[in-house]
Design a protein around this ligand. Structure first.
Ligand code: MIC
Ligand code: SF4
Length: 639
């Protein structure tokens, strides 16, 4: 078996390991973050259990740390108290980004992790099966329920050779994105192997598995080997380590080979992580902002590499450079060893260890300018500036460019490989991780006025007369559907309020139109719902009356979220997509019956009388969830 098969087979509770079949796996660990966590814990609370049933569940605060009103601060209190009550570890604001901290302090080779954040595969670097999902799926995992998924194909990414000076792990994952695109990974796990793996440290592996989320993949994973052991030793967690390697001759469904010697510094150009180009081919592009940080490139090693380049130099007068350390551990270590001083001296604006500019929480770039970021996503407007021009690169490219003031091939300054050895011992101080309370019955959950109960849908309608309230193109992201940023993100625990912003950047009239129509369907192109795991991109449209999404294809997590909240995802052919327009009125005469009994849904254009049929492609379980009006109703119905 390969590593993926070993991880799945040791957790399989239902189904067969045949690619494309639905399976269920048991979940050892969960993680949530504050922007998805408030809903996830409200959902868990609604299940009426006294305590989580996982081996470890951790609640992080890292997204909503800008406290420009009471909302985020109230959510932090809610999250801390509800964690204490239900047996969840609470990583306080200031302790770092969930993925970075989880890798450092909680990851376990051989275990499964379900996280309400799409970059949960970051922990795949340690040999975990780490999957991103919607908050409700994570709430169910905390309740001891298995996680249902389609058995993925396993792609062997065979890494050969050695990166040359100026090239790093970020360039490896950018190369995979160039080859596979943002929809190429749907239904796949990317398992890294080959002779070069032994040279990649855990933080480098995490950069690769983290940004594997942008492929649309189920997850990405590395074997657990001597590098993994070295990292666990340095984190004083040697006892948590175990070896996990593929059997000799293990088979894979697909293989891609990457010759690291031939790799050049790469960059994702606006506005998709797979618009990958070679840095040196870009020509002279002046920049106004450089941001170093986000869960993909904010480790101790990443910050140290950037500082080595910036040491003794000053940033270009036109550039604003921000640095957000990924964890308090990394932050404190660079503070103690002088790296932080080098960054400050070069002119960096040092931010707290949180997601920050990656999710538009401050530091929106100036109008019409280029922002160069070590992040994983450059979806349109995500930075907080309309028509932004956001480029994604490695910390080396970012640091060199901050000095020159234009996008620069790092090899202009970096002539020799910068070796950053793993520290012998990281600074271990878990004092900002609050363990679950010993006296759970005494904990009072604190709920601020921004925390509103989540809406629940009724059973699926027998028949439906409705209309297309929005038609959109390919690769619509969850940032398009439910934008984030400093203004909207604080409303994550208030669905009525946040629903006013659904599709607001694509079509500001959408919420009003959907509400006045009473019900509606959204028509999308390929890879509808790529990106984040935010279930708000399903929950808020459901609140506005959206009953179904018709699209040429769906991204994995978003499709699950639609089903979880009772919105029917229907896959349509290109000709159906072309014939339907915004405002087309349609009728589904036998909706509930067809969902229950058939694999095909029929509907008609009311005006022209044209009849259409489409495969819903849902499993028996998903059909029952849709019929019940969502996963919570379904689970309640089963009890
Ligand atoms: C993101 O990177 O888009 C986020 C913000 O971390 C999301 C989660 C969210 O929307 O809360 C993700 O990746 O799942
Ligand atoms: Fe936070 Fe950005 Fe990572 Fe999402 S991608 S978890 S917003 S740092």
């Amino acid at each position: 078996m390969n590593v993926t098969q070993k991880l799945i087979s040791s957790h399989l509770v239902s189904g067969e390991m045949k690619a494309g079949d639905e399976i269920a796996i048991s979940i050892d660990q969960t993680l949530t973050q504050d922007a998805t966590g408030t809903m996830a814990y409200l959902e868990f609370e609604a299940m009426g259990l006294p305590k989580v049933k996982t081996k470890i569940s951790v609640s992080y605060v890292d997204h909503n740390t800008l406290q420009s009103g009471f909302e985020n601060a109230d959510d932090h209190r809610f999250l801390q108290t509800i964690a204490g009550k239900y047996g969840v570890y609470f990583s306080r604001p200031g302790n770092g980004i969930c993925h970075q901290v989880h890798l450092e302090r909680f990851s376990r080779p051989g275990q499964t992790l379900l996280g309400s954040d799409s970059h949960t595969p970051n922990a795949g670097a340690s040999g975990m099966l780490a999957i991103g999902a919607g908050g409700l799926s994570v709430a169910l995992a905390m309740a001891g329920e298995p996680f249902w998924l389609v058995m993925p194909k396993v792609v062997h990414v065979n890494l050969k050779g050695k990166c040359r000076a100026g090239v790093s792990a970020k360039d490896i994952i950018l190369e995979v994105l160039r080859l596979q695109t943002v929809k190429g990974g749907v239904g796949k796990v990317y398992e890294y192997g080959g002779e070069a793996v032994k040279d990649l440290t855990l933080p480098e592996r995490a950069t690769i598995t983290n940004m594997g989320a942008e492929l649309g993949a189920t997850t990405s994973v590395f074997p657990s080997d001597e590098q993994t052991l070295a990292f666990f030793k340095a984190q004083a967690r040697e006892g948590d380590w175990e070896e996990l390697k593929p059997d000799t001759g293990a088979e894979y469904d697909e293989e891609i080979v990457i010759e690291l010697d031939n790799l050049e510094p790469l960059i994702a150009t606006p506005s998709s992580p797979d618009n990958v180009e070679v840095v040196k081919d870009l020509g002279d592009l002046p920049i106004k902002q450089v941001c170093i940080g986000s869960c993909v490139n904010s480790s101790f090693a990443d910050l140290t590499i950037a500082a080595k380049i910036l040491k003794g130099k000053k940033i270009h007068p036109d550039v604003s450079l921000t640095v957000s350390p990924g964890s308090r551990q990394a932050f404190q270590m660079i503070a103690e060893n002088g790296v932080l001083a080098d960054l400050i001296s070069a002119g960096a604006r040092v931010l707290e260890c949180s997601c920050g500019p990656c999710i538009g929480m401050g530091q929106a770039p100036p109008t019409g300018s280029i922002t160069l970021r070590t992040f994983n996503r450059n979806f349109p407007g995500r930075s907080g500036t309309v028509n932004d021009r956001s480029y994604l690169c490695s910390p080396m490219t970012a640091a060199v460019s901050a000095i020159t003031g234009r996008i620069t091939d790092p090899r202009e300054l970096v002539k020799e490989t910068i070796e950053i050895a793993l520290p012998e011992r990281y600074l271990v101080d878990d004092s900002l991780i609050v363990p679950p309370s010993d006296e759970a019955q005494k904990v009072q959950i604190e709920r601020g006025p921004n925390i509103k109960p989540f809406p629940v849908k009724g059973e699926l309608e027998e028949s439906l007369r409705t209309k297309v309230v929005l038609k959109v193109g390919d690769n619509i992201t969850t940032d398009d559907i439910m934008p984030a940023g400093a203004k909207i993100l604080p409303l994550r625990s208030n669905i009525p309020a946040i629903s006013e912003y659904v599709f607001s950047k694509v079509d500001p009239e959408f919420p009003g139109r959907a509400k006045s129509s009473g019900s509606g369907i959204v028509l999308g192109g390929n890879n509808y719902g790529q990106g984040s795991s935010r279930e708000h991109a399903a929950l808020a449209p459901m609140y506005l009356g959206i009953k179904a999404v018709l699209a040429k294809s769906f991204a994995r997590i978003h499709k699950d979220n639609l089903v979880n909240f009772g919105i029917l995802p229907i896959t349509v052919d290109a000709d159906v997509y072309d014939l339907l327009e915004q405002d087309t009125e349609v009728e589904f005469p036998e909706l509930a019956k067809e969902v229950n009994e058939s694999s095909v849904i029929t509907f008609a254009d009311i005006k022209t009388g044209n009849k259409y049929s489409a495969e819903h492609g849902l499993t028996r379980r998903q059909r029952d969830v849709i019929l019940a009006g969502g996963l919570l109703n379904y689970i309640k119905g089963k009890k």
